[in-house]
Design a protein around this ligand. Structure first.
Ligand code: ADP
Ligand code: UVW
Ligand code: MG
Length: 394
């Protein structure tokens, strides 16, 4: 490897988050900057943050329906010009679904790319973005290595008992089972917790990743034993626009109605449900917390209740609860949501310190709490960078 900089790509449903990492001769990759492109806003802007400085670079390209080539070409051109072309060594990608095939990160080859593409029906919101990015970069920089880090890989430690649906056995063998997502985030939290609080990290911990997508994970000694998302990114707790767990009878009913086809039902469950669906106004927790409309309050109350109920379920898998960690946009920045969840879990011995919670402090449990409660910043890009650096060094 000749260059010094690694780019990471974390494609969300409407944004591309970029990470810029220096690759030192020894030791882990070190973040030197971050970037973000909001694909829903026109005209496109590449926001780059380096230390205290943020620059906005207007992009002239527009994202075509299924081709990000021009947007990525302009972005890479700017980065190469800014950092020096030879310095950018490789690209590491978050890929949401690795199915049964990928138990850890891999270098991308044509064969790996085909295997990732074959999993698209299982993650229709996320997988296509990764494929578009990988293909665009491959065309622009055919000689630079690219790697893939999978959300599902972290959950491969779960038992078949946890992964099985109560469906005919043949479906499990065909791959209809619980996979789980947000694995890079949970790996990031497990690693950080082991460094900051090793005694707690060795115990039974439920992590609440509450972003636009949201899920919970039960960790035992930092190893994933259960998680609330399962076969698809719809399962588990309600999210910004996704419904969370739903009686499959509702789905059958909707599909059998004459006015809705499968694409309309899919759009409803992924894009028009969750906080947005219940509030009728917004899927963004900031908007709902600022609103005094009863529907906004109801949406937030349902969100907190369903999370608390699922935390208790996750604790059952690991036989108790020593710690609860909140992370991602809402988990890191919304004290009111954490307080509401904590209240539902008082029977389990969860008690928050109002001042610490209000300050988004690391340690937010009250002195009398039987459960440690922590707020931690997840860093999926750091995990991508470390996994990529490991593959490049091999
Ligand atoms: N600084 C912040 N203060 C308050 N809420 C925030 C903040 N950042 C993000 N959020 C909330 O987090 C949610 C988005 O989470 P985030 O992790 O940024 O999403 P994504 O899954 O797109 O990465 C939104 O509901 C938003 O209101
Ligand atoms: C898996 C998933 O839902 O990811 P995100 O939260 O980034 O949408
Ligand atoms: Mg996210």
């Amino acid at each position: 490897m000749t260059g010094r900089i690694l780019l990471t790509f974390n494609p969300g449903s409407s944004t591309i988050k970029l990470g810029l990492f220096a690759l030192p001769q020894a030791g882990p990759p070190r973040r030197i900057g971050r970037g973000m492109i909001d694909l829903k806003r026109a005209p496109l802007v590449l926001h780059i943050t380096e230390g205290p400085q943020t620059v906005d670079i207007p992009l002239s390209a527009a994202p075509a329906e299924d081709d990000l080539h021009d947007v990525i070409r302009e972005t890479l051109d700017w980065l190469a010009h800014h950092f020096g072309t030879a310095e950018i060594a490789a690209a590491g990608h978050r890929v949401v679904h690795g199915g049964d095939r990928f138990a850890g990160p891999v270098r991308i080859t044509p064969e790996v790319l085909a295997a990732i593409a074959a999993l698209t029906p299982l993650a229709p919101l996320h997988q296509p973005h990764s494929l578009r990015l990988i293909r665009a970069i491959g065309r622009i920089w055919p000689d630079r290595p690219q790697t893939a880090s999978f959300d599902t890989a972290f959950h491969r430690s779960q038992s078949d008992l946890v992964r099985r649906f109560a469906l005919p056995r043949v479906l499990f063998d065909e791959g209809i089972k619980r996979y789980g997502f947000h694995g890079l985030s949970y790996r990031s939290i497990a690693g950080q917790l082991a460094a900051r609080d090793p005694a707690l990290a060795a115990g039974r911990v439920v992590v609440a990743h509450l972003g636009s997508g949201a899920s919970l994970c039960a960790l035992e000694g930092g190893v994933s034993r259960d998680t609330s998302m399962s076969f698809s990114t719809l399962d588990g707790i309600p999210m910004a626009t996704r419904c969370g767990a739903l009686d499959p009878g509702v789905l059958l009913h909707l599909l059998q109605r004459n006015d809705l086809g499968a694409p309309e039902v899919e759009d409803m469950l992924y894009h028009r449900s969750g906080l947005l669906g219940v509030s009728g106004t917004s899927g963004d927790s900031r908007d709902l917390l600022a609103s005094d409309r009863p529907e906004a309050r109801e949406a937030l109350a349902l969100f907190a209740f369903r999370i608390a109920r699922e935390i208790a379920a996750q604790a059952t898998t690991i036989g108790g609860l020593d710690g609860l960690v909140f992370t991602a946009g809402i988990g890191e920045h919304q004290p009111a949501v954490r307080a509401a969840i904590g209240q539902h879990l008082a029977w389990l011995g969860v008690a928050l310190d109002g001042t610490a919670n209000g300050a988004n402090a690391f340690r937010i449990e009250a002195a009398a709490s039987r459960v440690a409660v922590r707020v931690m910043a997840t860093d999926e890009e750091q995990v991508i960078a470390e996994e990529a650096a490991g593959l490049l060094a091999a």
